[in-house]
Design a protein around this ligand. Structure first.
Ligand code: HEM
Length: 126
């Protein structure tokens, strides 16, 4: 697969990640039983896995990463882990409502950071 194909796949999966995250957030706020469906729990994992594969594809083909180190790509990897961790806490049924809302907001901020890093190619987004 070419660099351009991986990049299209990666941005599509990044968009899908946000849409699914917002949909789950809306379901959580409405107290919808949809959140408990098996496919609703599995889908985010599938999307994250594909997002990571596409990320490594574009990082390797476009930037020679990890043979050639790029701080901003490492920052994106760490950022994705932080995004997933905040998301897990945001949708944990046992968590307090305040904490879950805070984690939801934090995950969105991290998502924005990841897009900014991609556009600026800098971990410091300048
Ligand atoms: C939620 C997570 C992520 C989001 C929202 C995201 C978003 C984006 C976006 C919007 C672009 C396109 C930038 C452009 O058109 O110039 C991009 C490109 C890219 N992303 Fe991600 N990304 C995520 C995760 C990752 C991860 C974990 C990695 C680490 C391997 C990564 C590595 C890259 C690379 C190498 C590019 C190509 C940049 C280029 O060649 O222009 N991304 N990402």
């Amino acid at each position: 697969m070419s660099y351009i194909a991986f990049k299209h796949l990666h941005t599509t999966l990044a968009t899908l990640t946000l849409l699914v995250f917002l949909l789950r957030g809306a379901w959580a706020m409405m107290g919808s039983a949809m959140l408990d469906k098996k496919w609703a729990k599995i889908t985010p994992h599938v999307i994250y896995t594909l997002l990571l594969i596409s990320a490594f594809g574009v990082a390797w083909l476009g930037w020679g990463y990890p043979q050639v180190m790029h701080g901003w790509i490492t920052a994106k990897l760490i950022g994705l882990v932080a995004f997933i961790a905040a998301g897990v806490m945001a949708f944990r049924p046992s968590g307090g409502k305040r904490l879950r809302l805070d984690m939801f907001a934090l995950a969105l901020v991290i998502y924005g950071y990841l897009v900014a890093v991609a556009l600026t190619k800098s971990a410091f987004i300048v």
